[in-house]
Design a protein around this ligand. Structure first.
Ligand SMILES: NC(=O)c1ccc[n+]([C@@H]2O[C@H](COP(=O)([O-])OP(=O)(O)OC[C@H]3O[C@@H](n4cnc5c(N)ncnc54)[C@H](OP(=O)(O)O)[C@@H]3O)[C@@H](O)[C@H]2O)c1
Length: 311
């Protein structure tokens, strides 16, 4: 990376891990309200912060606004500072740059905040040019509604375009949030991760546990439930060998779990993972992935064992 990391981006570069809030209120994908509810997710939030997690990632679309409302409520109840990241969804009816600031104001209302720390474009729009929404991000910074801005699910080219627009306003592109874990290493193979390093853009790794698949609780005879089963069904056959290596490596670190090894691997790659947690136990276990590092040899062994999962 050329030059120093700007002061306003330090919080993202200093954070080792965040907590993802998609499952907090989402009934469609995560079945919120069935095996877990408000009491459990409040405990997940509290446990994360007590364990040293400094960033929470939500989005206006998560649970149709419920996730943002819960995050706002938990922040108020706990009274401990935490950096808040949320996201703008490119709904088809949002085709002006003004829609970005408007959506952010609604998110702030739900969160009960005057400003967020990171506002991200959730996906590139198939119809609205990258430049238009990014102009909206610049307006959001200028209006004092967010400290920093980022993108999500942007490829190398789209990210470069966003970076260039913001540079005109002297605003750094803070982050690109994309899927990254041992079963999905597309960003290494496409060069996106390298490009982020060169530009000083923090790569935020979403679904860093492969939506739970890398915790070791799922396998060929016990695939993940619902939509996740469809997404990860094809990896089940080869998963046990990878999990065996992760378990062995975890033992060398005093009994770290496969999930903790999976998260630490993303940290060793220079990314910021934001695992989801549905309860205090999951949050505590995930937080056990920070404060230590895999050796370069262990990272290499995991690279070799996981290479086949990403074509
Ligand atoms: N920008 C985007 O497009 C995008 C897309 C996806 C996610 N995200 C962000 O990334 C965050 C994390 O991704 P994710 O929720 O998709 O997947 P993830 O973090 O890989 O997996 C989370 C799920 O794994 C299980 N789990 C978590 N910790 C566990 C533990 N210690 N032991 C056992 N099981 C555990 C839980 O589900 P079960 O208990 O049901 O197995 C949990 O909901 C989201 O909350 C969201 O903030 C962003």
């Amino acid at each position: 990376m050329t030059g120093q990391i700007p002061e306003e981006l330090q919080f993202l570069h200093q954070a080792e891990m965040g907590v993802g809030a998609w499952a907090w209120g989402d009934r469609t994908f995560w079945n919120y309200g069935q095996a877990y509810g408000e009491e459990q997710i409040a405990a997940a939030f509290r446990t994360s912060l007590e364990a040293g997690i400094t960033l929470v990632d939500t989005a206006e679309i998560y649970g149709n606004g419920r996730s943002e409302r819960y995050v706002g409520k938990f922040i108020k109840e706990m009274g401990k500072p935490v950096f808040v990241a949320t996201k703008f969804l490119p709904f088809p009816w949002r085709w002006t740059k003004r829609s970005v600031v408007r959506a952010l104001r609604h998110s702030l209302e739900r969160l009960g905040l005057e400003k967020v720390d990171l506002y991200q474009l959730h996906w590139p729009s198939p119809v609205v040019p990258v430049e238009r929404y990014v102009e909206g991000l610049a307006e959001a910074v200028q209006a004092g509604l967010t400290r920093t801005v980022g993108v999500s699910n942007y490829d190398k080219n789209q990210m470069q375009r966003a970076y260039t627009v913001l540079a005109k306003y002297n605003i750094p592109l803070a982050s690109n949030q994309v899927e990254y874990h041992l079963l999905d290493r597309r960003i290494e193979k496409s060069g996106l991760l390298d490009r982020c390093r060169e530009l000083g853009v923090r790569l935020i790794a979403y679904s860093p546990l492969g939506k739970g698949t890398l915790t070791g609780k799922y396998g060929p005879g016990n695939p993940p439930p619902g939509l996740r089963g469809r997404e990860y069904g094809h990896v089940m056959k080869d998963l046990p060998a990878l999990l065996a290596l992760m378990t062995e490596i975890g033992q060398e670190h005093g009994g770290k779990t496969p999930g903790q090894v999976a998260l630490n691997w993303t940290i060793c790659k220079g990314t910021l993972p934001i695992p989801g947690a549905k309860n205090a136990e999951q949050a505590a276990q995930n937080a056990g992935a920070i404060g230590w590092r895999l050796t370069p040899e262990q990272v290499k062994a995991l690279d070799e064992a996981s290479d086949k999962f990403t074509k």
